[in-house]
Design a protein around this ligand. Sequence first.
Ligand code: HMG
Ligand code: MG
Length: 317
Amino acid sequence: SSNIPINIVEVGPRDGLQNEKGIVPVEVKVELVNRLARAGMKFIEAGSFVSPKWVPQMAGTAEVISQMERLRGVHYPVLVPNQKGLDNLLNLLSTYRPALSNSQPQPPQPTDEIAIFTAATDAFTQANTNTTIAGSLERLAPVARAALDKGLRVRGYVSVVITCPYSGQVDYKKVREVTEALLGMGCYEVSLGDTVGTGTPAAVSEMLEEVKKTVPVEKLAGHFHDTYGTGVANVLRSLEHGIRTIDASVGGLGGCPYSPGATGNVATEDVLYALQGSGYTAGEDIDLEKIVETGWWISEKLGRESVSRAGRALRSK
Ligand code: HMG
Ligand code: MG
């Protein structure tokens, strides 16, 4: 058909679970990743190699990516905040070295991609990663280089692209500059995060118009938290601006521990539902019914109901 293809990056296992009060067992995380892959998601953020002192919820990521199924054609990126996180990941990957020609073929390595992250304000960068924007860029440049040298793809995140929980309205020019800096380090794409979820379509347009002054829109992705219920509207507005990659979280899970009061990402189910008949397609392989089921399954594991609107409506049918 003539539908325009878009990519959905499923961030539930990472953004979704990093903000949970309790620690989710590794086997539940593994099953979540597996269910999402079997439901047809092609990009599944599987966890973070961050400091467990800062985000204890992500501590089992090495186990998760070692134990999950690895489906062909599916990418399982992980967040990496610094050299130590990359070293921990590379140590794990080194045990998956390609087999010699005569020996048994080995399973593919768990991941071929990392995501590095910074923000558009010093206050947020400080709260999230204990340094300024400039300090974080200095920290991340060699990490990106080392990852690229090892054949990993590198994705970038800029947080607080609309408002900051600590310093209020964000200067969109700063969003553009930080995006340029991440692309300059070799990121193939930068995801623009409305971490707080205050964005309206009008604000998203204004921000994107500024960023697009110097950054090709093909290099951008949209990452919207749904705190004010504008997630789907912001996704559709981003598509109108030419963005073709959208981050979303099954069951609407998510939140950043350093963004108090923000709720989860826009729900994957809500995005998939809204795209029907829109002229865009997230791909024939994605099974909305299975995503809905998975949203309910993980929400119930966390002791609550799915907060995805489409997930609730479709389940009660
Ligand atoms: P720091 O305290 O300045 O780092 O934290 P440090 O180097 O001084 O290390 C402190 C301790 O942590 C040391 O342990 C290190 O070994 C250890 P000790 O010597 O005290 O026993 N450590 C690590 N352990 C495991 N893996 C590591 C690691 N690094 C240090 N990688 C640091 C700086 C960046 C490490 C910390 O601030 C951190 O991990 N921050 C991550 C915060 C985070 O994960 N936030 C959520 C993800 S971002 C997000 O959600 C936004 C996004 O969704 C987009 C959006 O919505 O906007 C992406
Ligand atoms: Mg987020």
